[in-house]
Design a binder for this molecule. Sequence first.
Ligand code: GMT
Length: 366
Amino acid sequence: MKKIGIICYPTFGGSGIVASELGRGLTNNFEVHFISYEKPVRIDLAEPNIFFHKVTVPLYPLFEYPPYELALTATIVEVVKKYNLDLLHVHYAIPHAYAAVNAQKILDKENIKIPIITTLHGTDISLVGKSPFVLSSVRYAINESTIVTCVSNDLKNQTLKYFNIEKPIHVIPNFIDIDKSFFLDFKKNKKKVMTHISNFRPVKRVCDVISIFSNIFKKIDSELIMIGDGPELNKAKKMSKKLRIHNNIHFVGKSRNIKTYLKKSDLFLLPSESESFGLVALEAMSFGVPVITTSSGGVTELVINNKNGFTCNVGDVNEMSNKSIKLLDDKKLYKSFSVNSFSTALKFDKTKIIPEYEKCYNKLLE
Ligand code: GMT
């Protein structure tokens, strides 16, 4: 059995979730070794063929910034040697691709050859990677990777536009494990339920979520469930108090059980500044929940305006509110959007997408 090392963030962020679900989906054909600073949240080490190797960063009073890349590089080198890994799959360029490429160079000195697949996820290109402080290092790491994939065409185009990439970029969209027990029944709630899930970073525009809900609430008996945690959480809470709608908004924090919330949702609100794919939107759609989002980034490859949701200009809170009200008020329209959301989601089932990654691995292993 071939052995693959997966390097990712262990948290609730989209890239870590994709990496974890991918690893779990590979275990019939591969031994999968996760390398990160913590066990990824969705990984169960009791599952067969799954291993986890922790990156420990040395602390020293001199270090204002703990040298994570250095520790990650050394851990990759050690794990590749100890377990004879055959390839590395890196999720999110910063700093994972950079560390993997350096580990590859160290191993090469010992005549150990290891190919690298780097999957770019979004903010590693669209926000952080573009910064002049890291751009040349990110470009180097992408160019030195053996295969590069992006989660949407939009992200591929952005990567080609901002980084001088010397190799083809493959688009492999994100995927989900469709809940086979779920079926659309349209026994929806009397009190309409809106949901938002994110890391509450500025790019998610969570205050727009509150404004949109405030407008919907004026016309329709409804409540909002806010799932996740992050820097803009307090701002969103303060705003909901100021607008006197806080009793109808439930801030539930991070959740391991988003399916339960999504199953009872009527609408998913994702008014992001940019979204390279929008994995949470896909998760909502897999339960027949239409999405109100922005026409910015790769999310428009998933949410098709006026078919399975609405895509509006970034910050156009009135338009997003009006479209939400229109959809919730019109049963026939809602039903068709809900059916369309569900059938779109079926196209992104893991059984259709994971083989795309396996094709890349097999190319490297030939
Ligand atoms: O910045 C984030 O939102 C987290 C980031 C991540 O890598 O964890 O999310 C990005 O990757 C997800 C998985 O590929 C995509 O579904 C998200 O759209 C993307 N976020 C952004 O582009 C803002």
